[in-house]
Design a protein around this ligand. Structure first.
Ligand SMILES: [Zn+2]
Length: 260
């Protein structure tokens, strides 16, 4: 099996898997969505809230804020040596204290250590009018997407078969109908020849096949070559999320082997 990053940013990846099968890439996809540990706020103690929103709504909003996740420093709280009471190895504390008139943003959450500062500081939580106050403490812990969406690292994930486009030059009369029909503009007539540019952009819609009256063009997906793309919410980088997913899959197969 071969792997190639077609595009890689901190929070986005587009990956080509070669010599593989759809069920294997699907296993990676499902692990990316449901099994990667991530830090999120789980417990909120509200000392004062005179804003227009209920405590519960504010707690829910806090839970959904992406927090940086250093997996090498944290354990799951229920598996921690502290017995689930909460210690620096499993729990991260935040405080928030604001008085109106202002908008409370995610960046107003103060972590116990700057390394845990929220990823996106501009998420609005609540608007405070004059003299309204919000004072609270929050505890964040690790969880997985299977338990709650706030612990889901990866979003907008999907994959498609790598497109294959075959042009029969003998049948093609260079009418240009397929070039016009393609919604992604990947076909062009160059030097009296129909050619393909950036084949990865093909969405396998087969509009070109339908437009061609001579049946000179054929499009299909190669299920041994798969293009997967996804975003992360910033708690982990796209590359770290993939590495973690592979580690988890590996562990699961090892456990299965031991049982056998
Ligand atoms: Zn602990």
């Amino acid at each position: 099996m071969k792997i190639k990053f077609l595009e890689l940013k901190d929070d986005y990846a587009r990956i080509l898997f070669e010599d593989t099968k759809p069920y294997f890439v699907n296993a990676i996809r499902r692990t990316l969505i449901a099994d990667i540990p991530k830090l999120a706020i789980e417990t909120v103690t509200i000392y004062d809230n005179t804003s227009a929103l209920f405590d519960e709504i504010i707690a829910h909003r806090l839970g959904l804020i992406p927090l940086p996740t250093h997996l090498d420093l944290l354990n799951f709280r229920k598996e921690c040596s502290c017995g689930g009471k909460g210690c620096p190895s499993c729990t991260v504390h935040y405080t928030l204290s604001k008085e109106g008139e202002c908008i409370v943003y995610s960046g107003d959450l103060r972590p116990e250590d700057p390394m845990w500062a929220v990823v996106d500081k501009n998420i609005p939580i609540v608007k405070l009018l004059k003299n309204q106050r919000l004072i609270l403490e929050a505890e964040a812990e690790l969880g997985i997407g299977k338990e709650h969406a706030k612990w889901q690292v990866v979003c907008g994930i999907g994959y498609k078969y790598h497109p294959v486009i075959e042009i029969d030059a003998e049948k093609c009369n260079l009418c240009g109908a397929c070039v016009e029909a393609c919604p992604r503009g990947i076909l062009e007539i160059k030097r009296k020849k129909l050619s393909i540019k950036k084949i990865e952009n093909c969405i396998l819609c087969k509009s070109c096949m339908e437009a061609c009256k001579k049946n000179a063009i054929e499009v299909w997906g190669d299920e041994n070559r798969i293009i997967m793309q996804y975003e992360t919410d910033g708690s982990l980088t796209a590359k770290d999320a993939l590495k973690e997913a592979l580690k988890i899959l590996h562990k699961k197969y090892e456990e299965l082997e031991k049982m056998l």
